[in-house]
Design a protein around this ligand. Structure first.
Ligand code: SF4
Length: 325
């Protein structure tokens, strides 16, 4: 199967002046197949959101390539590139409070992308907006209301309708549930899962909550300090993590079952994540890794295949750690 989205050696640095720069995304390669949901996890500051935004041209690329359906996308987007790609690739933003313009009605927000289709009449736009509001579980009567009249979960539904109304093939969901109450997180994830199935979408689902990512994703990619350290099916990575960082990340993830959680020893990742401005040589996790060896601080481990237990022959298990050399 040919990937829908192919990321090759993608680099995104932010210049701070002088010779200082933030290494937000450093040499990331990842393929996402059509109709696949890939979960991207890692601590805050690992570069997940920057990777998602760089994929969609919201940040210029420093180096490397992103291809969509075999077409290499520009290094720096112009307005015409955004117009050309908007019907194909979209983003659902993290914060449903700040990502909706408070001065626009819900109808104007959801229908904004349809301005790219000038052949649609005003009543066609109204009908489509009403249809999409219904699809995300809102009422067509909500068209004339403003974002502040809605709860966080409802606003995220408005954000989902806005992203999907152009029927894109690929959607980056940038922590779409982290600003929501726990009680509505599962509803929004279920809605995204149902729409993904129904519309045949391909998703990059960025999140902190590993249990939620395991629940919705086919594969999981783990990011640490700008680079990928492990990739595999969600079940493999969640239940049999190979990389020491993934192991500690999963061990520190709260369990949904309160009985189990009570009896579990709490685990936190020791030490501080190094600065992305002064990235250490060798393995970037070495200062926090309980299994570090002398050469870990000098030699960078490559992301390499390790044996997989998955029956999915398309799915490679990849780990960047000298324990698997
Ligand atoms: Fe730990 Fe070394 Fe593996 Fe890095 S390469 S995760 S320091 S064992």
């Amino acid at each position: 199967m040919k990937p829908l989205v192919e990321i090759q050696n993608l680099v995104k640095y932010f210049d701070l002046g002088g010779d200082q720069r933030v290494h937000a995304v450093d040499d990331v390669s990842l393929s996402i197949n059509p109709r696949e949901i890939v979960g991207l996890v890692g601590e805050s500051g690992s570069g997940k959101s920057t990777l998602g935004k760089t994929l969609l041209g919201l940040h210029d690329k420093t180096d490397g390539n992103v291809s969509f359906a075999g077409q290499v996308l520009p290094q720096r987007y112009r307005a015409s590139d955004f117009r050309a790609m908007a019907p194909k690739m979209q983003m659902i933003f993290q914060d449903p409070y700040s990502s909706l313009n408070p001065r626009m009605t819900v109808g104007e927000i959801v229908g904004e992308g349809l301005r790219l289709q000038p052949e649609l009449s005003a009543s066609d736009v109204q009908d489509r907006v009403a249809h999409w509001l219904q699809l995300v579980g809102l009422s067509p009567d909500h068209r004339s209301r403003y974002p502040h009249e809605f709860s966080g979960g409802q606003r995220q539904r408005i954000g989902i309708a806005r992203a999907l109304i152009l029927q894109p093939e690929f959607v980056v969901c940038d922590e779409p549930i982290s600003a929501l109450d726990v009680s509505v997180q599962a509803q929004v994830v279920n809605l995204l899962g149902e729409l993904t199935q129904e519309l045949g979408l391909t998703l990059l689902f960025i999140a902190h909550d590993l249990s939620m990512v395991r629940y919705i994703s086919d594969r999981m990619a783990v990011m640490y300090l700008g680079g990928l350290v492990e990739v595999g099916t969600s079940a493999e990575v969640f239940f049999d993590p190979k990389h020491p960082y993934t192991q500690t990340l999963i061990a520190s993830n709260p369990e949904a079952d309160p009985e189990h959680e009570r009896g579990r020893q709490s685990t936190t990742i020791q030490g501080e994540i190094p600065s992305p401005v002064n990235v250490p040589a060798g393995c970037r996790f070495a200062n926090r890794c309980p299994q570090a060896m002398p050469h870990c601080s000098t030699t960078t481990p490559a992301l390499k295949p390790v044996p997989t237990t998955s029956e999915n022959l398309q799915s490679q298990r990849l780990v960047a750690c000298h324990l698997f050399d």
